[in-house]
Design a protein around this ligand. Structure first.
Ligand code: C5P
Length: 219
């Protein structure tokens, strides 16, 4: 018996930490490994979806999943824009850099006694897609916080016009960035916060995809 509730649905997943270049050999990034996003892509494929994984991570991607490799937030934004209109769901699990260097040095920068860099704000991809979202599209974002996790995630849900925010505490070593486990809370418009106990990121990915399956049943 096959259970493919996402058959015919196109699901976009973003993953990894974006890299913002300073010069040809240097960049600024963050601690995101891409494990959660890649697990979500796999979980969505297992439920029958056509999956596009837009990733800044170097984790290998099986052929059954369409991979779009990106480096910077701007590249990720472009790739998401290309796919969003024809997508049924977007899951923004990437850790998108909030800032990018104002200028990128053309040549490798030489050593100096001190160095200051100027940054400008990157586009907020989730917020932009939230403003374009149709009622039939399911938009999921993440909120990595170290304090007031639920409150911040609830305001993010509204501000970004998402259908769900997966809130996670990145202030603890045994969960979150770069490890295999996480403990999260699903924040939605339709129910009280749903706590998901500490478990494997692959299991959390299944829970997220199951929530999306239910969203399509009800919308
Ligand atoms: O506002 P904050 O960065 O905490 O929101 C996190 C969510 O927004 C994540 O889903 C992340 O992928 C997304 N995001 C984005 N573009 C940015 C920053 C964050 O899409 N520039």
């Amino acid at each position: 018996i096959t259970d493919l509730p996402l058959k015919g649905k196109k699901v976009i997943v973003t993953a990894g930490g974006t890299k913002e270049r300073i010069d040809p050999v240097r960049y600024i990034t963050n601690d995101s490994s891409g494990k959660t996003g890649h697990a979500i892509a796999e979980a969505a494929w297992n439920k029958g979806a056509d999956v596009v994984l837009i990733t800044a991570s170097s984790i290998p991607v099986p052929d059954r999943i369409q991979k779009v490799a990106v480096e910077s937030a701007k590249e990720m934004h472009q790739a998401v824009l290309e796919h969003f209109e024809t997508a049924d769901s977007l899951i923004m699990s990437a850790a998108v850099s909030d800032y990018t260097p104002k200028t990128v040095a053309e040549n490798k920068m030489k050593k100096t006694d001190s160095l200051s860099l100027e940054f400008e704000k990157n586009p907020d991809i989730l917020k932009d897609m939230g403003s374009r979202k149709r009622a039939d599209q399911c938009l999921v974002g993440f909120a990595a916080e170290t304090e007031h996790i639920i409150e911040y995630a609830q305001s993010k849900l509204k501000e970004k016009n998402a259908d769900m925010i997966v809130a996670n505490d990145v202030g603890q070593k045994d969960r979150g960035f770069n490890v295999d486990n996480n403990e999260v809370t699903f924040i939605t418009h339709t129910s009280e916060p749903i706590p998901i106990r500490l478990k494997k990121k692959t299991e959390i990915a299944d829970d997220i995809v199951s929530w999306i399956v239910d969203f399509f049943k009800n919308n």
